[in-house]
Design a protein around this ligand. Structure first.
Ligand code: BES
Ligand code: MN
Ligand code: ZN
Length: 488
C-alpha cells in the first residue's frame, strides 16, 4: 500500500474519508461533501445511531450527488486527541478499507492538518501483512486497498514530515518481519545476516561467533546454544548520530530464535509460538533501523544475543554450573529459563565494552508476564524512577504501553544458591520479578531498565495498529523515548 499527499480537491473515484466531531459538525472538505450530497447526513447519522464517538465509523455506499463510490465518516469524539489517538484514527481507516473492494482512499485531513502526519503513520502501520509464504492465496482474499491519498492544504510540508515518520514505520515492519519468520529460516547466523543489512543506513555492525565469545568467557550465553546445531552469535550495532565522545545509550535484546526449553523441554501444544522468542532482539534491531533511518541525533549501541535453545546429547543439563563473563557462577536448574542466561553475558559485555549512560534490555522473558499484565502492557523493572517515568510517558504517546513492577532486595535473595553464586530460577511466586533480579546482577550498577515483552510481541487477534501476528510493540516506544529525552 502506498501513501500519497495531495492538495485539497473533491475526490471523484474510490472512497472519501471525512472526520466529524462529537457535535456532528463538519469543516473544510467534509462540509462541501455534506453540501453536495442529495441526502441529509445528519438524518443518516440518526438512522445509523452514529454519534461521532472517537474512532467510530460509518460507511455510506454510492452517496447520492457525489462522484466517488463510498463515503467513510470517522468520529473524533469530544476530547483532545493525543498523538496516539491520531495514529489510531489513520489505522482505523485502513482496518476498515483494506478488504473493502476499494483500491483508492482519499482522506480529507484539511482541518486537522497538524495531525495529518500521524494519521498517515497510523494508516501505514495498519497496512502491514506477512504473507510471503502464502503462495496460493486467491486475489479475493488479498487486500484491495492500494493507495491512500491524504488531502491537505499543504501537501508538501506534510509529505516532508511524513518522510521521517515512515522511517520509524520501516523499523516497526522490520521487527514484525523478524518475529514472523519461522525458526528454520531465522536462526542465529541468518538473523545476523539480516542485521548486517543495517550497515546500508550507516549502522556499524559487528558479529561475534562462538570462538570469540568463548575467549570472552561468556559461559552463560554459550550454554544455551550448546545443544543446537546452529552457531550462537552476538551482534553489536552502533549508531553515532550524537556528539563525538558522548557516552551512548544502550539497548540489549534476547534473541532466542527458537525456545524448545532445552532438556527442560516445553510441552508440545503451542510450542510453535517460541519462534518469536527472539522478539527482544527483533525489537532492538527494528529500533536501530528506525533511529538510523531518521538519522537520530544520539549515540546508540545495541547488543543482541542470538541463540537457539535445543535439547540434544550435547545440551546443558539441569544442575550444570556455568561461569558468566562477569565471573559470577550460575547453577542452571531449569534449561527453559534461558533468556536470562543469554542477557547476563550480553548486559555485562555491553557495559564493560561501551560504558553506556544507561542500559535498556528487551526480552520475551517470562510466561508469568502474561499472567500478570496480559497482552495490554509490557512490564518494566528498573532501579531508575526517571527512566521509568520517561518510558511510561512515551508509552502513552505511542500506544506501546508499559507498566512498572517492583524490584527489591528480598526478591533478589530468592535466586541465592548453595551450589553456585546464583540459580537461574526463583520459587513459584513473582516469576517475572525474580527474572529481572537475575538480570540486575549483571548490570554492574549501570542504570538499567528491563522490559518484559512476552505478552506484547505477538497478538492472536487484530489490534488497532496491526493485524494478528507480530506487533512491533516497543519500536515506536523507544524511538519516542529517545526523541523526547536524548536528542539535541
Ligand atoms: N521464552 C520463555 C517465556 C515465554 C513463555 C514468553 C510464553 C512468551 C510466552 C522463557 O524462556 C521461559 O521459558 N520462561 C520460563 C521460566 C521458568 C522456567 C522459570 C517460563 O516462563 O515458564
Ligand atoms: Mn524458555
Ligand atoms: Zn525463552
Amino acid at each position: 500500500m502506498q501513501i500519497n499527499f495531495s492538495e485539497l480537491a473533491m475526490p471523484n473515484t474510490g472512497c472519501c474519508v471525512i472526520f466529524v466531531n462529537k457535535d456532528l459538525e463538519f469543516n473544510g472538505l467534509a462540509a462541501s461533501v455534506n453540501q453536495q450530497m442529495n441526502s441529509d447526513l445528519k438524518t443518516i447519522f440518526e438512522t445509523a445511531k452514529f454519534s461521532g464517538g472517537k474512532g467510530a465509523t460509518l460507511e455510506i455506499l454510492a452517496p447520492n450527488g457525489l462522484n466517488f463510490d463510498r463515503l467513510l465518516v470517522v468520529g473524533l469524539g469530544d476530547k483532545d486527541l493525543n498523538d496516539q489517538d491520531n495514529v489510531e484514527l489513520g489505522a482505523s481507516v485502513v482496518a476498515k478499507m483494506l478488504h473493502s473492494g476499494s483500491s483508492e482512499v482519499f482522506v480529507a485531513a484539511d482541518f486537522i492538518e497538524a495531525n495529518a502526519t500521524l494519521i498517515a503513520e497510523g494508516a501505514l502501520l495498519r497496512s502491514y501483512r506477512f504473507d510471503k509464504y502464502r503462495t496460493k492465496e486467491p486475489d479475493s482474499k488479498k487486500p484491495s486497498l492500494k493507495n491512500i491519498t491524504i488531502l491537505t492544504n499543504d501537501a508538501e510540508t506534510v509529505s516532508d514530515k511524513f518522510a521521517e515518520r515512515s522511517k520509524v514505520v520501516d523499523g516497526v515492519f522490520f521487527t514484525r518481519d523478524l518475529v514472523s519468520e519461522p525458526g528454520n529460516v531465522l536462526y542465529p547466523e541468518s538473523f545476523a545476516d539480516r542485521i548486517r543489512e543495517l550497515s546500508d543506513l550507516g549502522v556499524e555492525v559487528d558479529v561475534l561467533g562462538e570462538a570469540e565469545m568463548e575467549k570472552l568467557g561468556m559461559g552463560s550465553l554459550l550454554c544455551v546454544g550448546i545443544g543446537s546445531d546452529r552457531e550462537s552469535q552476538l551482534a553489536v550495532m552502533r549508531w553515532n548520530g550524537g556528539n563525538e565522545g558522548d557516552a551512548p545509550i544502550a539497548f540489549i535484546g534476547k534473541g532466542v530464535t527458537f525456545d524448545t526449553g532445552g532438556i527442560s523441554l516445553k510441552p508440545g501444544p503451542g510450542m510453535e509460538q517460541m519462534k518469536w522468542d527472539m522478539g527482544g532482539a527483533g525489537t532492538v534491531v527494528g529500533l536501530m533501523k528506525a533511529l538510523a533511518g531518521r538519522k537520530a541525533k544520539a549515540n546508540i549501541v545495541a547488543v543482541v544475543g542470538l541463540v537457539e535453545n535445543m535439547p540434544s546429547g550435547g545440551a546443558t543439563r539441569p544442575g550444570d554450573v556455568v561461569t558468566s563473563m562477569s565471573g559470577q557462577t550460575i547453577e542452571v536448574l531449569n534449561t527453559d529459563a534461558e533468556g536470562r542466561l543469554v542477557l547476563a553475558d550480553a548486559l555485562w559485555y555491553c557495559q564493560e565494552t561501551y560504558k553506556p549512560k544507561f542500559m535498556i534490555d528487551l526480552a520475551t522473558l517470562t510466561g508469568a508476564m502474561i499472567i500478570s499484565l496480559g497482552h495490554e502492557y509490557a512490564g518494566i523493572f528498573s532501579d531508575s524512577d526517571e527512566l521509568s517515568s520517561q518510558l511510561y510517558d512515551a508509552g502513552i504517546e505511542t500506544g506501546d504501553k508499559v507498566w512498572r513492577l517492583p524490584i527489591h532486595e528480598n526478591y533478589d535473595k530468592l535466586i541465592n544458591c548453595d551450589v553456585a553464586d546464583m540459580k537461574n530460577i526463583g520459587g513459584r511466586g513473582a516469576g517475572s520479578i525474580t527474572a529481572a533480579q537475575f538480570l540486575k546482577r549483571f548490570t554492574n550498577d549501570v542504570p538499567w531498565v528491563h522490559i518484559d515483552i512476552a505478552g506484547t510481541v505477538w497478538s492472536e487477534k487484530d489490534l488497532p495498529m496491526s493485524e494478528k501476528g507480530g506487533t512491533g510493540h516497543g519500536v515506536r516506544l523507544l524511538d519516542r523515548f529517545v526523541a523526547d529525552n536524548y536528542e539535541g
